[in-house]
Design a protein around this ligand. Structure first.
Ligand code: GLU
Length: 399
């Protein structure tokens, strides 16, 4: 944790709301396009069934912001939890097909509740179900983006969830915090508000550590946050806070600020929009990546991994050069030309991602070779670079 540069300010754990004393107004006040994510336990009142009262209150607040001209997207979990209730299943099954069946049943209830709640305010809603594959495929990504923009232009509030019924481990996003960040990136939203059943982020688990303090402000992507939220080197692992911290880091790639706040606070969305600082605010202060760079980085899984020698790592990271075949020492996985691959150093630490110009089998044949040899080795040469600089995004080293 960097104490000299004061990456965040904290307040006592007993009074997280005292974050309102902060000098700068909430980032939400300036935001024109917002993504609001609500978690399963909030939506379904800890698994008891859809909390219609809570849904109505969020709909009312979102409607009020919508009337003020803000573009609003809701990412809602709760399909599986509601499906279990509707099917009368007392316990969450572990079999994928049963979870998927529960999601299919519960999603109906979820969307019905939102439709009715928003209709009371004269607002139309739309159901958007996405998988990671939809966002990893360039055409589907662009389609999803233009549909979202069209809906927002029509004054519709899109309600997004993962398409749980069809996902497999390979194509799923896995959690809706990450999905919320991907949607934030997709539509270049100004803010992502993650509503949860906790007040926000603490420096340690307040249930176990009396010295824990509340984090009111921090910079999204600050590595010390990951440790606090249960990342490596931390003793704390409180209720999914890590996925929220990582979501904030991801949202910052498109300049989106994140707020993690309790969805049980009265008028939380309206108060945030009025500039009140509630919860933990994670500001996006990193350089904003282009839409294309974000699309490359937002691949949660890559088809392949190539290991670079130290010279190539330096050429990419410091000298901003393209990746040439000569710098590659190993190739893992099966991929085609145009797929996104991860570039790792000799210790396996990822340093970049990019769209590769050669398939995995061709890459294996030309690796460690100068580019002049490509023609002779493959019989044709589509490019002298393995990954062109324009198709390459540096990803932070994790130490
Ligand atoms: N998509 C899941 C559902 O609606 C929830 C995933 C999550 O809570 O992060 O049930």
């Amino acid at each position: 944790m960097n104490t000299t540069a004061a990456p965040f300010s904290s307040t006592a754990p007993a009074t997280p709301e005292s974050a309102t004393a902060a000098s700068t107004p909430s980032v939400v006040a300036q935001a024109e396009r917002l993504v609001v994510k609500v978690g399963s336990s909030l939506v379904t009142n800890e698994g008891k069934g859809i909390d219609l009262n809570a849904v109505e209150q969020w709909a009312e607040q979102i409607a009020a912001l919508h009337v003020r001209g803000k573009q609003m997207v809701l990412v809602s979990s709760g399909a599986i939890a509601e499906g279990l209730v509707r099917l009368g299943w007392p316990r969450r099954p572990s079999a994928m097909h049963e979870l998927q069946a529960a999601a299919a049943v519960g999603q109906m209830g979820l969307i019905q509740a939102y439709e009715v709640a928003f209709a009371r305010h004269g607002i139309r809603t739309a159901q958007i179900l996405l998988t990671h594959e939809d966002l990893a495929d360039r055409h589907r990504y662009l389609n999803a983006r233009s549909t979202m923009y069209t809906l927002l232009g029509l004054g519709v509030v899109p309600i997004v969830n993962e398409n749980d019924t069809v996902v497999t481990d390979e194509i799923r996003v896995g959690d809706n915090d990450t999905l919320g960040a991907l949607v934030t990136n997709l539509i270049e939203a100004d803010a992502l508000i993650i509503l949860t059943d906790q007040a926000g982020l603490y420096t340690a688990d307040p249930r176990k550590d009396p010295g824990a303090t509340f984090v009111a402000h921090a910079q999204a992507g600050d590595p010390s946050l990951e440790a606090m939220a249960g990342g490596s080197g931390s003793a704390v692992g409180t209720g999914g806070m890590l996925t929220k911290i990582l979501a904030a880091k991801r949202a910052a790639n498109s300049g989106g600020h994140t707020v993690i706040a309790s969805g049980r606070q009265p008028n939380v969305l309206l108060r945030l929009a009025q500039g009140e600082c509630i919860g933990t605010e994670l500001r996006a202060e990193l350089p904003v990546k282009s839409a294309r760079q974000r699309w490359i980085v937002d691949h949660l899984r890559t088809r392949g991994r190539i290991t670079l020698d130290p010279g190539a790592v330096k050429a990419l990271s410091t000298d901003q050069k393209s990746l040439l075949p000569i710098g590659v020492v190993a190739v893992e996985g099966e991929f085609e030309r145009g797929d996104v691959v991860a570039c790792v150093d000799e210790h396996g630490v990822e340093c970049a991602r990019g769209l590769i110009n050669y398939s995995s089998s061709d890459t294996r044949r030309i690796m460690r070779q100068p580019s002049q040899m490509i023609m002779q080795l493959l019989g044709s040469m589509s490019a002298p670079e393995l990954i062109h600089r324009d198709n390459l995004v540096l990803t932070a080293h994790k130490h």
